[in-house]
Design a protein around this ligand. Structure first.
Ligand code: FPP
Ligand code: MG
Length: 326
């Protein structure tokens, strides 16, 4: 059995409770609203962020049901952000299903994203007023938006630096993954060292996760990934593998690369050029090595926590983020 499956099995009861929370908390009495909302809420996905909330709570000694509420909250923020991201990216498929805007148009997609945020606020308000979750998630959502705005603003900038890009992904992806860990940890501890350890862990695997996400866009097939591959390339989006390839290739290749990133270039020609370039410079292996370094840093941060099954699961999860194929 894969380590990811083992982790899921270890916390199967918790994940069942999270799914029930997700369905119960997003139901609408209006049938079309309900259909559109459930289309994305039930739409599969790895539930990585809920897993992180539950494991982070457990590793800090908490076993109660509030972890399920917070796990559902972070997953809903994630789903809402993907619904909006797919509008921005004009993506056709997500989690193996048609995206909302493909099925029902941009208006429905934007509004379903907003609806999910409204549900998140409602769930948070219903919790204890002295809980740090509200502030953490407000900061996180703000950073995610800032990351996406900067990314959109920089989308035409062929010279974006690796550091600038790493900052963007630490905002758009890393913040919510880190918040998932911090929120879980807060349920079980007030110890600053442990809280910081789990936040650092989340931030590091978040960056690893997005680098691997960028790689899979070029290397995996659409069926396995549940979304169209070469989507980033087709959009002319500069992601980690392209930024690395640009930094190591020669001037001629660099010029061609800039040209093929123009969405008007013939798609087959663009893919063939980039695949050959990646092969020539070992781009996939390099990116996975960088991602593994982040995963290793994440694991190193956990050493202040007790060596119980939840910690082992978090360590395995860090490696899974890099070795995953979807
Ligand atoms: C996927 O990136 C998108 C994100 C990680 C974040 C999206 C954030 C927003 C749209 C900001 C608004 C968010 C909230 C919470 C209001 P990707 O396009 O690289 O990955 P993909 O290939 O899975 O689409
Ligand atoms: Mg996208």
């Amino acid at each position: 059995m894969s380590s990811f499956k083992q982790i899921v099995e270890l916390i199967a009861d918790d994940l069942t409770a999270v799914e029930a929370k997700l369905t119960e908390q997003t139901a609408s009495e209006y049938s079309f609203v309900d259909m559109a909302v459930q289309h994305v809420v039930e739409g599969g996905g790895k539930r990585l962020r809920p897993i992180l909330v539950v494991l982070s709570a457990k590793v800090c000694g908490y076993e109660g049901s509030d972890a399920h509420t917070l796990a559902a909250v972070v997953e809903l923020i994630h789903v809402a952000s993907l619904v909006h991201d797919d509008v921005l990216d004009e993506a056709a498929i997500r989690r193996g299903r048609e995206t909302l805007q493909t099925k029902w148009g941009n208006k429905v997609a934007v509004l379903v994203g907003d609806y999910l945020h409204a549900r998140v606020l409602s769930m948070l308000v219903a919790r204890r007023a002295d809980d740090p979750a509200m502030a953490i998630l407000a900061d996180t959502t703000q950073a995610m938006c800032e990351g996406e705005v900067i990314h959109a603003y920089k989308s035409g900038d062929f010279d974006i630096s690796e550091d600038e890009y790493l900052k963007i992904i630490s905002f758009k992806t890393g913040k919510l993954i880190a918040a998932s860990c911090t929120l879980g940890a807060h349920l079980g501890t007030t110890d600053k060292q442990r809280l910081e350890a789990l936040t650092t862990y989340g931030q590091q695997i978040g960056t690893a996760f997005q680098i691997v996400d960028d790689v899979l866009d070029f290397t995996e097939d659409t069926d396995k990934l549940g979304k169209n591959t070469f989507g980033d390339l087709r959009e002319g989006k500069l992601t980690f593998p392209i930024i690395y390839a640009r930094s190591v290739c020669n001037d001629n290749e660099k010029q061609t690369l800039e040209k093929v990133l123009n969405p008007n270039t013939d798609e087959a020609e663009a893919i063939a050029f980039v695949e050959a370039l990646f092969q020539r410079y070992g781009v996939e292996a390099h990116c996975l090595k960088v991602a593994q370094n982040y995963a290793d840093r994440a694991k190193a941060a956990l050493t202040v926590l007790p060596e119980i099954p939840a910690r082992v699961a978090l360590e395995q999860l860090a490696d899974y983020v890099v070795s995953r194929e979807s």
